[in-house]
Design a binder for this molecule. Structure first.
Ligand SMILES: [Zn+2]
Ligand SMILES: [Zn+2]
Length: 84
């Protein structure tokens, strides 16, 4: 694992951020959203690129709550399901 890296976010298809650090903190992962019941995804439905989560800058783990979910895939530009 490199010193600085983007974690992968786990977000439900309704747009609720379930876990902004699904790789670094997998204990918080859920298969389904506990707010709306929709399935959680960790990758772009269009190109399967991982959804960018929190950025690890090599220091202490970033605090939960500072993360803002992306509206569009950084790799293919497609809108995520919650953006439509
Ligand atoms: Zn949800
Ligand atoms: Zn994509």
């Amino acid at each position: 694992m490199p010193e600085t890296w983007y974690d992968t976010a786990q977000i439900c298809q309704g747009g609720h951020v379930i876990n902004p650090a699904s790789v670094g903190s997998p204990a918080h992962n859920q298969r389904f959203c506990d707010k709306c019941g929709q399935a959680a995804i960790t990758a772009c439905p269009g190109c399967t690129a991982p959804i960018r989560g929190v950025f690890h800058d090599g220091g202490a783990a970033p605090p939960r709550g500072e993360y803002t979910r992306p509206g569009y895939c950084h790799n293919c530009g497609k809108a995520y399901p919650w953006t439509r």
